[in-house]
Ligand binder design. Structure first.
Ligand code: HEM
Length: 422
């Protein structure tokens, strides 16, 4: 196996490279993607709490690995801000750079700062706060039942595609005011999957444009005929967002909710199906489902690394000299397993002091984590109730993680169970 801390040798760092003081580690294309915890351990040993890294195309950045350092960076937006146009590396970034969808500036709440961020975030928060969590659980159960009906008779399923990804997408689209089961909703769900997942046989850009067109149409419809949904509440909010702003923020909201929640569901199902501690009472154990969901947030968090923050001015962090415009990648997975907070090698904490939903002004917007919990918990519980003898269809070591250093999710979760009589 490639040494997870392999240094990029024989390369001249670009001017202003934060890595020039020490060997920077490439965060792309390495085998450690199956076991990133090895990489984080090696990086910590070599560099401490803040490591110089190379993003795709050997673009320099910092990976913040320490729990208190990630908390500090996310808690000080006056020093580490969110508008990616601050980046000092833009002259070195090609237009087709693979990370462009994550860092390319868009006029959505994600990249806004200060008072403008508070205005945009306030609208979404209030629109989401009005969601009835019991109703959401009911909707998610209906969606889960419908998805399970599709494969229950066959005795086998690939849960990643057929369940974990499909469920949160439908739940969130429905929250935004599109009816479940409508042709439009199904088209939108399919295009969202293509634009977020970029499967090889489809065009993600064309799919994204169709998503945008459909959300624009939804906003128009809700402007003329409001309902009791998130979109209508955003439009009616006294902050007076324009239709374009609502479209941008709805797309952000749907994308921000979909992949992390899908991976949270799948990673929790994997834990429940592979770890003996959960095996005995998996079918009836509501408590165990809650514990598995929480343990995943500590140990296999869906958003393992996130780009990021950009330094507002020259500053110091964990002894590193950070220059104005440097990019900092938030290492949530590394921070959650920081030996500084777990000196005795603790695994699977009972509490929820992890950083999986980030921290500070741009943290996963309240009440996002609560709604994600309702969606994920209902999904997992419904599946285990409907398929009480569900087991993995492969050996646990045959499960593979998607080759991404950003999201932590499986490529597939094949299972078998007694077929339902239909
Ligand atoms: C219903 C489900 C969810 C909703 C509605 C939601 C919503 C959002 C929104 C609107 C943002 C942008 C916040 C901003 O920039 O001001 C965000 C950011 C984020 N969310 Fe969520 N989210 C959901 C589920 C999740 C899950 C399951 C996770 C991971 C366990 C997660 C982790 C994050 C992270 C790490 C960020 C970036 C925060 C930062 O920049 O510091 N979210 N979420």
């Amino acid at each position: 196996m490639t040494d997870p801390a392999a240094l990029v040798e024989g390369q001249v760092p670009p001017p202003g490279c934060p890595a020039h003081a020490g060997g920077a580690v490439r965060l792309s294309g390495l085998e450690y993607q199956q076991t990133p915890s090895q990489l984080y351990r090696a990086l910590r040993k070599e560099h401490g709490a803040v490591a110089p890294i190379m993003l795709d195309g050997d673009i320099p950045a910092w990976l913040v690995l320490g729990y208190s350092e990630v908390s500090y960076v996310t808690g000080h937006d006056e020093l580490f801000a969110r508008d990616s146009r601050r980046w000092n590396q833009w002259p070195n970034i090609p237009a087709d750079w693979p990370l462009m969808p994550f860092v390319g500036y868009q006029p959505s709440l994600l990249f806004t700062e200060g008072a403008e961020h508070q205005r945009r975030a306030g609208v979404i928060t209030e629109a989401l706060e009005a969601v009835d969590q019991f109703e959401l659980a009911h909707t998610c159960r209906e969606i889960a039942e419908g998805l399970i009906d599709e494969f229950a008779g066959s005795g086998e399923a690939e849960l990643m595609a057929a369940f974990a990804h499909a469920l949160p997408m439908r739940a969130v689209v429905q929250l935004c005011g599109m009816p479940l089961g409508g042709v439009d909703t199904e088209d939108l769900v399919r295009d969202l999957r293509i634009s977020l997942d970029a499967p090889e046989d489809d065009d993600p850009v064309a799919a994204y444009l169709r998503v945008q067109a459909r959300i624009e149409q939804l906003v128009k419809e809700k402007r003329s005929t409001p309902g009791t949904d998130v979109t209508s509440r955003m439009l009616a909010h006294p902050a007076g967002l324009t239709d374009e702003e609502v479209v941008q923020d709805l797309i952000t909201l749907i994308a921000a909710a979909q992949q992390p929640t899908a991976n949270w569901i799948c990673n929790s199902l994997r834990l429940l199906l592979t770890d003996d501690r959960f095996a005995l009472n998996v079918s009836g154990g509501r408590l165990s489902v809650g514990q598995a969901l929480n343990e995943v947030l500590w140990l296999d968090t869906p958003t393992q690394n996130f780009v990021g923050r950009w330094a507002v001015r020259d500053t110091q962090l964990a002894g590193r000299h950070i220059k104005t415009g440097d990019c900092l990648v938030l290492g949530f997975a590394a921070a959650n397993t920081d030996p500084q907070i777990w000196p005795e090698g603790h695994v699977g904490a009972e509490n929820s002091a992890h950083l999986s939903f980030s921290n500070g002004e741009h943290r996963c917007l309240y009440p996002g984590p609560l709604l994600a919990d309702v969606i994920a918990r209902t999904a997992v519980e419904t599946l285990l109730e409907r398929l009480p003898d569900v087991v993995l269809a492969v050996e646990p070591h045959e499960l593979t993680w998607r080759p991404s250093i950003w999201m932590r999710g499986l490529t597939a979760l094949p299972v078998r169970f007694t077929p339902a009589v239909q």
